[in-house]
Design a protein. Structure first.
Ligand SMILES: [Mg+2]
Length: 251
């Protein structure tokens, strides 16, 4: 069965964005307050996947092994604080390489979906750049722009380009709260649907019982044919069941 995911951009969402790139673990600074939402996400059924553009690798600024070391230590620190990261997918290419995995292309998300059997339509991406929002739209998952990192400056770019259909949150905490509330609402709708369906079944069952009792050739009190006590019981049960069904449908 496929699983929904929360895709997290890394720089500007989890840790501070640096104009000169995060080149070492020492330069990696977690944004304030990120462990609480990561703990909440860890308790959700979502797969939690970091998707990050790391052109520093092919620009020759940082070795691939160093990027992987930063990611590994970041995951360790998140786990030590009660969080969970299930996988990291990163793109090492420069923009001029025109790969299909550097966001705004959807390649990283498609790779993750393939590897982890994810349902992109039920997944969310939280990012701080227009390229994150565009990648999410291209992959078919729900985009959320956070105003940390580059977010505040990127929002007007998206507005100028006429992008819509994404949610804006102040930070990771707000984004996670919004997602979990949205999930709760849709589960609530699911319960109401179930209750309504049970109600409809009870109405139909009640009517069937009523008709069966009225039309059945049952023997009444004293063994005489007619509308006897069995039919009284049958019709009463039918009416009561149908009324309960009606109440369930209306609630
Ligand atoms: Mg970013």
């Amino acid at each position: 069965m496929t699983r929904a995911a929360i895709f997290l951009d890394r720089d500007g969402v989890i840790n501070e964005n640096r104009a000169d790139y995060v080149k070492t673990w020492e330069e990696c600074r977690f944004l304030p307050g990120i462990f609480e939402p990561l703990r909440r996400l860890a308790q959700s059924p979502f797969a939690i996947v970091i998707t990050s553009n790391q052109s520093v690798i092919n620009r020759g600024i940082v070795a691939r092994s160093e990027v992987e070391e930063i990611n590994r230590r970041m995951i360790e620190e998140i786990q030590a604080n009660g969080g969970r990261i299930d996988a990291v997918f990163y793109c090492p290419h420069r923009p001029d390489e025109n790969c299909d995995c550097r966001k705004p292309e959807p390649g990283l998300l498609l790779q993750a979906a393939e590897c982890l059997n994810l349902d992109l339509r039920r997944s969310y991406l939280i990012g701080d750049a227009a390229s994150d929002i565009k990648a999410a739209v291209a992959a078919g998952c729900y985009p959320i722009l956070v105003l940390t990192g580059r977010g505040k400056k990127q929002l007007p770019l998206l507005q100028d380009e006429g992008y819509s259909g994404y949610h804006v949150a102040s930070n990771l905490q707000e984004a996670v709260e919004w997602i979990l509330a949205r999930q709760g609402e849709s589960q609530g709708r699911g319960i109401q649907m179930t209750r309504r369906n049970v109600g409809l079944i009870l109405i139909i069952a009640g009517i069937v019982a009523l008709l069966a009792a009225v039309t059945a050739d049952l023997t009444g009190i004293g063994g005489q044919p007619g509308f006897g006590w069995k039919q009284m019981v049958g019709t009463s049960v039918g009416v009561i069941v149908a009324i309960i069904g009606g109440i369930l449908c209306r609630s």
